[in-house]
Design a protein around this ligand. Sequence first.
Ligand code: RNT
Ligand code: ZN
Length: 418
Amino acid sequence: MSVRNQFDLAKKEYEQWGINVEEVFEKLKNVPISVHCWQGDDVSGFEVNKGELSGGIDVTGNYPGKATTPDELRMDLEKALSLIPGKHRINLHAIYAETNGEVVERDQLEPKHFEKWVSWAKEHGLGLDFNPTLFSHEKAADGLTLTHPDPEIRKFWIDHCISSRKIGEYFGKELGTPCLTNIWIPDGYKDTPSDRLTPRKRLKESLDEIFAVELDESYNLDAVESKLFGIGSESFVVGSHEFYLSYALKNNKLCLLDTGHYHPTETVSNKISAMLLFNDKVALHVSRPVRWDSDHVVTFDDELKEIALEIVRNDALDQVMIGLDFFDASINRIAAWTIGTRNMVKALLFAMLMPNQQLKELQENGDYTKRLALLEEFKTYPFGAIWNYYCEQMNVPVKELWLEEVSEYEEKVLSNRK
Ligand code: RNT
Ligand code: ZN
Protein backbone atom coordinates (compact mmCIF):
# COMPACT_ATOMS: atom_id res chain seq x y z
CA MET A 1 0.00 0.00 0.00
CA SER A 2 1.31 3.44 -0.88
CA VAL A 3 2.21 6.04 1.70
CA ARG A 4 -0.83 7.98 0.54
CA ASN A 5 -3.22 5.06 0.96
CA GLN A 6 -1.93 4.30 4.40
CA PHE A 7 -2.35 7.95 5.26
CA ASP A 8 -5.95 8.01 4.04
CA LEU A 9 -6.83 5.13 6.33
CA ALA A 10 -4.97 6.55 9.31
CA LYS A 11 -6.45 10.00 8.83
CA LYS A 12 -9.95 8.60 9.27
CA GLU A 13 -9.08 7.32 12.71
CA TYR A 14 -7.92 10.74 13.85
CA GLU A 15 -10.87 12.44 12.22
CA GLN A 16 -13.18 10.47 14.45
CA TRP A 17 -11.74 12.52 17.26
CA GLY A 18 -12.26 15.77 15.42
CA ILE A 19 -8.61 16.13 14.49
CA ASN A 20 -8.08 17.82 11.14
CA VAL A 21 -4.86 16.33 9.87
CA GLU A 22 -4.38 18.80 7.00
CA GLU A 23 -4.70 21.70 9.41
CA VAL A 24 -2.16 20.03 11.64
CA PHE A 25 0.27 19.81 8.71
CA GLU A 26 -0.16 23.52 7.97
CA LYS A 27 0.53 24.38 11.57
CA LEU A 28 3.53 22.10 11.87
CA LYS A 29 5.15 23.48 8.72
CA ASN A 30 5.47 26.84 10.43
CA VAL A 31 7.21 25.67 13.58
CA PRO A 32 10.92 26.39 13.31
CA ILE A 33 13.42 24.31 15.21
CA SER A 34 16.74 25.98 15.91
CA VAL A 35 19.31 23.45 14.74
CA HIS A 36 22.64 23.84 16.55
CA CYS A 37 25.60 24.07 14.19
CA TRP A 38 27.95 22.54 16.77
CA GLN A 39 26.79 18.95 16.24
CA GLY A 40 28.61 19.15 12.90
CA ASP A 41 32.12 19.61 14.23
CA ASP A 42 32.07 18.50 17.88
CA VAL A 43 31.84 22.08 19.21
CA SER A 44 35.24 22.91 17.67
CA GLY A 45 34.56 26.15 15.82
CA PHE A 46 36.92 27.92 13.44
CA GLU A 47 38.98 30.22 15.58
CA VAL A 48 42.52 30.74 14.38
CA ASN A 49 44.01 29.83 17.79
CA LYS A 50 41.53 27.15 18.46
CA GLY A 51 41.70 25.85 22.04
CA GLU A 52 40.64 22.49 23.41
CA LEU A 53 36.95 22.13 24.24
CA SER A 54 36.46 23.22 27.84
CA GLY A 55 33.73 24.46 30.14
CA GLY A 56 32.83 21.09 31.58
CA ILE A 57 31.17 19.76 28.45
CA ASP A 58 32.58 16.88 26.45
CA VAL A 59 32.15 15.27 23.06
CA THR A 60 33.06 11.61 22.83
CA GLY A 61 33.71 9.61 19.69
CA ASN A 62 35.85 10.05 16.60
CA TYR A 63 33.59 9.22 13.68
CA PRO A 64 35.46 10.18 10.51
CA GLY A 65 34.55 13.09 8.26
CA LYS A 66 33.85 15.95 10.61
CA ALA A 67 33.54 19.41 9.12
CA THR A 68 36.74 21.38 9.51
CA THR A 69 35.89 24.53 7.56
CA PRO A 70 32.82 26.80 7.54
CA ASP A 71 32.04 25.75 3.98
CA GLU A 72 32.10 22.08 4.94
CA LEU A 73 29.90 22.74 7.93
CA ARG A 74 27.37 24.66 5.84
CA MET A 75 27.39 21.92 3.24
CA ASP A 76 26.74 19.30 5.92
CA LEU A 77 23.96 21.39 7.40
CA GLU A 78 22.38 21.70 3.97
CA LYS A 79 22.47 17.94 3.63
CA ALA A 80 20.83 17.43 7.03
CA LEU A 81 18.22 20.12 6.37
CA SER A 82 17.29 18.44 3.10
CA LEU A 83 16.26 15.37 5.11
CA ILE A 84 14.21 17.18 7.76
CA PRO A 85 10.68 18.38 6.99
CA GLY A 86 10.00 22.10 7.45
CA LYS A 87 11.86 25.42 7.43
CA HIS A 88 14.16 25.76 10.36
CA ARG A 89 16.78 27.98 11.94
CA ILE A 90 20.49 27.56 12.55
CA ASN A 91 22.02 28.25 15.92
CA LEU A 92 25.60 29.54 15.81
CA HIS A 93 28.25 30.06 18.47
CA ALA A 94 30.76 32.89 18.45
CA ILE A 95 33.59 30.42 17.69
CA TYR A 96 32.05 29.91 14.25
CA ALA A 97 33.15 33.40 13.16
CA GLU A 98 35.03 33.72 9.87
CA THR A 99 37.98 36.06 10.29
CA ASN A 100 40.00 35.36 7.16
CA GLY A 101 42.89 33.82 9.01
CA GLU A 102 43.20 36.82 11.30
CA VAL A 103 43.22 36.45 15.07
CA VAL A 104 40.21 38.36 16.34
CA GLU A 105 39.70 38.35 20.09
CA ARG A 106 36.20 37.38 21.13
CA ASP A 107 35.50 40.78 22.64
CA GLN A 108 36.30 42.30 19.24
CA LEU A 109 33.95 40.18 17.15
CA GLU A 110 31.68 42.08 14.80
CA PRO A 111 28.82 41.41 12.43
CA LYS A 112 31.25 41.38 9.50
CA HIS A 113 32.74 38.14 10.83
CA PHE A 114 29.39 36.46 10.21
CA GLU A 115 28.60 37.90 6.80
CA LYS A 116 29.02 34.58 5.07
CA TRP A 117 26.68 32.85 7.48
CA VAL A 118 24.11 35.57 6.87
CA SER A 119 24.29 35.39 3.11
CA TRP A 120 24.07 31.61 3.30
CA ALA A 121 21.05 31.89 5.62
CA LYS A 122 19.40 34.28 3.18
CA GLU A 123 20.04 31.96 0.30
CA HIS A 124 18.34 29.10 2.14
CA GLY A 125 15.61 31.07 3.87
CA LEU A 126 16.90 30.26 7.34
CA GLY A 127 16.74 32.31 10.53
CA LEU A 128 19.84 32.49 12.72
CA ASP A 129 20.29 32.31 16.48
CA PHE A 130 23.45 33.03 18.39
CA ASN A 131 25.54 32.26 21.46
CA PRO A 132 28.60 33.98 22.88
CA THR A 133 31.26 31.33 23.58
CA LEU A 134 32.46 31.49 27.17
CA PHE A 135 34.59 28.34 27.11
CA SER A 136 37.45 26.79 25.09
CA HIS A 137 39.58 29.87 25.79
CA GLU A 138 42.59 30.72 27.94
CA LYS A 139 40.56 33.33 29.81
CA ALA A 140 38.11 30.59 30.81
CA ALA A 141 40.79 28.07 31.70
CA ASP A 142 40.02 28.09 35.42
CA GLY A 143 36.32 27.58 34.83
CA LEU A 144 35.29 31.15 35.66
CA THR A 145 34.17 33.85 33.23
CA LEU A 146 31.46 36.40 34.08
CA THR A 147 31.95 35.60 37.77
CA HIS A 148 35.74 35.69 37.77
CA PRO A 149 37.22 37.55 40.77
CA ASP A 150 39.58 39.36 38.36
CA PRO A 151 37.71 42.39 36.98
CA GLU A 152 39.76 42.38 33.77
CA ILE A 153 38.77 38.84 32.91
CA ARG A 154 35.18 39.64 33.76
CA LYS A 155 35.32 42.70 31.53
CA PHE A 156 36.62 40.64 28.63
CA TRP A 157 33.66 38.29 28.85
CA ILE A 158 31.16 41.10 29.41
CA ASP A 159 32.44 42.75 26.24
CA HIS A 160 32.24 39.44 24.40
CA CYS A 161 28.60 39.08 25.41
CA ILE A 162 27.83 42.64 24.32
CA SER A 163 29.47 42.12 20.93
CA SER A 164 27.56 38.85 20.59
CA ARG A 165 24.25 40.56 21.25
CA LYS A 166 25.09 43.10 18.54
CA ILE A 167 25.82 40.25 16.16
CA GLY A 168 22.43 38.82 17.10
CA GLU A 169 20.82 42.16 16.32
CA TYR A 170 22.54 42.16 12.94
CA PHE A 171 21.18 38.66 12.21
CA GLY A 172 17.68 39.79 13.12
CA LYS A 173 17.86 42.87 10.93
CA GLU A 174 19.29 41.06 7.96
CA LEU A 175 17.04 38.04 8.10
CA GLY A 176 13.78 39.61 9.21
CA THR A 177 13.34 37.26 12.14
CA PRO A 178 14.61 37.98 15.66
CA CYS A 179 17.75 36.20 16.74
CA LEU A 180 17.77 34.49 20.11
CA THR A 181 21.11 35.23 21.72
CA ASN A 182 21.65 32.82 24.57
CA ILE A 183 24.23 33.22 27.30
CA TRP A 184 25.52 30.09 28.94
CA ILE A 185 28.57 30.19 31.19
CA PRO A 186 30.40 27.26 32.75
CA ASP A 187 31.24 29.04 36.02
CA GLY A 188 31.25 26.95 39.12
CA TYR A 189 33.38 24.98 41.57
CA LYS A 190 34.53 21.41 41.67
CA ASP A 191 34.30 21.33 45.42
CA THR A 192 32.01 22.72 48.07
CA PRO A 193 32.16 26.50 47.96
CA SER A 194 32.74 28.56 51.08
CA ASP A 195 30.78 31.44 49.59
CA ARG A 196 27.93 31.06 47.14
CA LEU A 197 26.65 34.58 47.31
CA THR A 198 29.69 36.52 46.08
CA PRO A 199 29.98 34.75 42.72
CA ARG A 200 26.24 35.03 42.20
CA LYS A 201 26.37 38.74 42.98
CA ARG A 202 29.11 39.11 40.41
CA LEU A 203 27.09 37.21 37.83
CA LYS A 204 24.15 39.50 38.43
CA GLU A 205 26.34 42.56 38.02
CA SER A 206 27.98 41.22 34.87
CA LEU A 207 24.61 40.46 33.30
CA ASP A 208 23.35 43.91 34.25
CA GLU A 209 26.29 45.43 32.39
CA ILE A 210 25.76 43.20 29.39
CA PHE A 211 22.07 44.06 29.13
CA ALA A 212 22.58 47.75 29.87
CA VAL A 213 23.28 48.02 26.15
CA GLU A 214 19.75 48.24 24.85
CA LEU A 215 18.93 46.54 21.58
CA ASP A 216 15.73 46.40 19.59
CA GLU A 217 13.83 43.28 20.63
CA SER A 218 12.36 42.90 17.20
CA TYR A 219 15.89 41.98 16.10
CA ASN A 220 17.50 40.42 19.14
CA LEU A 221 16.05 38.51 22.06
CA ASP A 222 18.24 37.63 25.03
CA ALA A 223 18.16 34.33 26.88
CA VAL A 224 20.07 32.98 29.87
CA GLU A 225 20.70 29.25 30.31
CA SER A 226 21.08 27.63 33.70
CA LYS A 227 22.84 24.43 34.66
CA LEU A 228 23.08 22.04 37.57
CA PHE A 229 26.63 20.77 37.31
CA GLY A 230 29.42 20.18 34.81
CA ILE A 231 32.72 18.36 34.66
CA GLY A 232 34.81 20.37 37.11
CA SER A 233 31.80 22.21 38.54
CA GLU A 234 30.24 19.22 40.27
CA SER A 235 29.56 20.91 43.59
CA PHE A 236 28.38 24.33 42.57
CA VAL A 237 27.25 26.17 39.45
CA VAL A 238 26.84 29.92 39.79
CA GLY A 239 24.15 30.23 37.13
CA SER A 240 21.65 27.82 38.65
CA HIS A 241 18.01 27.45 37.65
CA GLU A 242 16.69 29.65 40.46
CA PHE A 243 19.27 32.28 39.71
CA TYR A 244 18.34 32.65 36.06
CA LEU A 245 14.64 32.11 36.56
CA SER A 246 14.63 35.07 38.91
CA TYR A 247 16.99 37.12 36.78
CA ALA A 248 14.99 36.56 33.61
CA LEU A 249 11.68 37.43 35.25
CA LYS A 250 12.95 40.56 36.85
CA ASN A 251 14.78 41.80 33.77
CA ASN A 252 12.41 40.71 31.08
CA LYS A 253 14.80 38.18 29.52
CA LEU A 254 14.10 34.67 28.34
CA CYS A 255 14.92 31.79 30.59
CA LEU A 256 16.37 28.90 28.58
CA LEU A 257 15.80 25.38 29.87
CA ASP A 258 18.21 22.71 28.69
CA THR A 259 16.68 19.29 29.26
CA GLY A 260 20.04 17.95 30.45
CA HIS A 261 20.51 20.56 33.14
CA TYR A 262 18.30 19.27 35.93
CA HIS A 263 18.27 16.51 38.49
CA PRO A 264 17.74 13.14 36.80
CA THR A 265 14.08 12.78 37.79
CA GLU A 266 13.23 16.43 37.27
CA THR A 267 11.57 17.13 33.92
CA VAL A 268 11.46 20.20 31.72
CA SER A 269 8.01 19.16 30.48
CA ASN A 270 6.66 19.92 33.94
CA LYS A 271 8.23 23.38 34.02
CA ILE A 272 6.85 24.82 30.79
CA SER A 273 3.27 25.52 31.91
CA ALA A 274 4.44 27.09 35.16
CA MET A 275 6.80 29.38 33.32
CA LEU A 276 4.33 30.33 30.62
CA LEU A 277 2.10 31.92 33.23
CA PHE A 278 4.80 34.40 34.16
CA ASN A 279 6.97 34.76 31.06
CA ASP A 280 6.02 35.89 27.56
CA LYS A 281 8.46 33.45 26.07
CA VAL A 282 10.45 30.44 27.16
CA ALA A 283 13.42 28.95 25.30
CA LEU A 284 14.50 25.32 25.18
CA HIS A 285 17.62 23.34 24.48
CA VAL A 286 16.20 19.94 23.78
CA SER A 287 18.86 17.38 24.52
CA ARG A 288 19.00 13.90 26.02
CA PRO A 289 20.80 13.27 29.27
CA VAL A 290 21.86 9.67 29.82
CA ARG A 291 22.67 9.46 33.53
CA TRP A 292 24.16 12.95 33.32
CA ASP A 293 24.23 15.97 31.00
CA SER A 294 25.65 13.77 28.27
CA ASP A 295 24.09 15.56 25.27
CA HIS A 296 23.02 12.39 23.48
CA VAL A 297 21.05 12.67 20.24
CA VAL A 298 17.37 13.38 20.92
CA THR A 299 15.22 10.27 20.56
CA PHE A 300 11.46 9.88 20.31
CA ASP A 301 11.09 9.11 24.00
CA ASP A 302 8.40 9.84 26.55
CA GLU A 303 9.90 13.08 27.80
CA LEU A 304 10.28 14.45 24.28
CA LYS A 305 6.61 13.69 23.60
CA GLU A 306 5.62 15.24 26.90
CA ILE A 307 7.54 18.43 26.09
CA ALA A 308 5.85 18.62 22.70
CA LEU A 309 2.46 18.02 24.30
CA GLU A 310 3.00 20.81 26.80
CA ILE A 311 3.81 23.22 23.98
CA VAL A 312 0.97 22.12 21.73
CA ARG A 313 -1.89 21.63 24.16
CA ASN A 314 -1.17 24.94 25.85
CA ASP A 315 -1.23 26.65 22.48
CA ALA A 316 2.29 27.91 23.11
CA LEU A 317 3.99 27.32 19.77
CA ASP A 318 4.64 31.05 19.45
CA GLN A 319 5.92 31.35 22.97
CA VAL A 320 8.30 28.43 23.26
CA MET A 321 11.43 28.80 21.18
CA ILE A 322 12.63 25.30 20.46
CA GLY A 323 16.35 24.76 20.04
CA LEU A 324 18.40 21.59 20.09
CA ASP A 325 21.61 20.87 21.94
CA PHE A 326 23.37 17.56 21.52
CA PHE A 327 26.75 16.49 20.23
CA ASP A 328 27.64 12.95 19.40
CA ALA A 329 30.88 12.19 17.57
CA SER A 330 30.49 8.42 17.74
CA ILE A 331 28.03 8.30 14.83
CA ASN A 332 27.71 10.03 11.48
CA ARG A 333 27.20 13.68 12.46
CA ILE A 334 24.70 14.40 9.71
CA ALA A 335 22.67 11.39 10.79
CA ALA A 336 22.79 12.73 14.35
CA TRP A 337 21.29 16.06 13.25
CA THR A 338 18.73 14.30 11.09
CA ILE A 339 17.62 11.84 13.76
CA GLY A 340 17.43 14.42 16.52
CA THR A 341 15.66 17.11 14.51
CA ARG A 342 13.24 14.74 12.80
CA ASN A 343 12.37 13.45 16.25
CA MET A 344 11.61 16.93 17.52
CA VAL A 345 9.32 17.60 14.56
CA LYS A 346 7.81 14.14 14.91
CA ALA A 347 7.04 14.75 18.59
CA LEU A 348 5.24 17.98 17.72
CA LEU A 349 3.18 16.13 15.12
CA PHE A 350 2.42 13.42 17.66
CA ALA A 351 1.25 16.08 20.12
CA MET A 352 -0.92 17.80 17.51
CA LEU A 353 -2.63 14.50 16.75
CA MET A 354 -3.83 13.97 20.31
CA PRO A 355 -7.43 14.78 21.27
CA ASN A 356 -6.09 17.46 23.58
CA GLN A 357 -9.36 19.28 24.13
CA GLN A 358 -11.24 16.12 25.09
CA LEU A 359 -8.39 15.05 27.37
CA LYS A 360 -8.49 18.38 29.18
CA GLU A 361 -12.23 18.05 29.67
CA LEU A 362 -11.88 14.55 31.04
CA GLN A 363 -9.49 15.83 33.65
CA GLU A 364 -11.73 18.77 34.54
CA ASN A 365 -14.62 16.36 34.95
CA GLY A 366 -12.59 14.04 37.11
CA ASP A 367 -12.76 11.15 34.65
CA TYR A 368 -9.23 9.93 35.23
CA THR A 369 -10.07 6.43 34.02
CA LYS A 370 -10.89 7.65 30.54
CA ARG A 371 -7.99 10.10 30.63
CA LEU A 372 -5.52 7.28 31.23
CA ALA A 373 -7.27 4.95 28.79
CA LEU A 374 -7.11 7.48 25.94
CA LEU A 375 -3.57 8.59 26.65
CA GLU A 376 -2.54 4.96 26.40
CA GLU A 377 -4.63 4.01 23.36
CA PHE A 378 -3.35 6.96 21.35
CA LYS A 379 0.17 5.68 21.75
CA THR A 380 -0.65 2.99 19.20
CA TYR A 381 -2.85 4.99 16.86
CA PRO A 382 -1.47 4.87 13.29
CA PHE A 383 0.76 7.85 13.84
CA GLY A 384 3.55 6.48 11.61
CA ALA A 385 1.34 6.63 8.52
CA ILE A 386 0.62 10.30 9.15
CA TRP A 387 4.27 11.10 9.77
CA ASN A 388 5.33 9.30 6.59
CA TYR A 389 2.85 11.22 4.49
CA TYR A 390 3.92 14.48 6.09
CA CYS A 391 7.50 13.73 5.05
CA GLU A 392 6.38 12.87 1.54
CA GLN A 393 4.39 16.07 1.28
CA MET A 394 7.34 18.07 2.53
CA ASN A 395 9.64 16.45 -0.04
CA VAL A 396 11.94 14.73 2.37
CA PRO A 397 12.67 11.00 2.50
CA VAL A 398 10.04 8.76 4.05
CA LYS A 399 10.96 6.45 6.93
CA GLU A 400 14.58 5.28 7.01
CA LEU A 401 15.18 6.19 3.37
CA TRP A 402 17.02 9.32 4.48
CA LEU A 403 19.79 7.06 5.69
CA GLU A 404 20.65 6.06 2.14
CA GLU A 405 21.30 9.70 1.33
CA VAL A 406 23.50 10.09 4.37
CA SER A 407 25.47 6.97 3.43
CA GLU A 408 25.94 8.22 -0.10
CA TYR A 409 27.10 11.59 1.22
CA GLU A 410 29.47 9.85 3.58
CA GLU A 411 30.98 7.90 0.72
CA LYS A 412 31.21 10.79 -1.73
CA VAL A 413 32.02 13.68 0.58
CA LEU A 414 32.89 12.79 4.15
CA SER A 415 35.27 9.97 3.36
CA ASN A 416 37.47 12.36 1.37
CA ARG A 417 38.04 14.60 4.34
CA LYS A 418 41.24 14.30 6.28
C1 RNT B 1 26.33 23.42 28.16
C2 RNT B 1 25.13 24.10 27.59
C3 RNT B 1 25.36 24.91 26.36
C4 RNT B 1 26.29 24.23 25.37
C5 RNT B 1 26.39 24.92 24.03
C6 RNT B 1 27.49 24.41 23.20
O1 RNT B 1 26.02 22.56 29.16
O2 RNT B 1 24.12 23.16 27.37
O3 RNT B 1 24.15 25.23 25.79
O4 RNT B 1 25.93 22.91 25.15
O5 RNT B 1 26.45 26.28 24.22
ZN1 ZN C 1 22.37 23.85 26.32
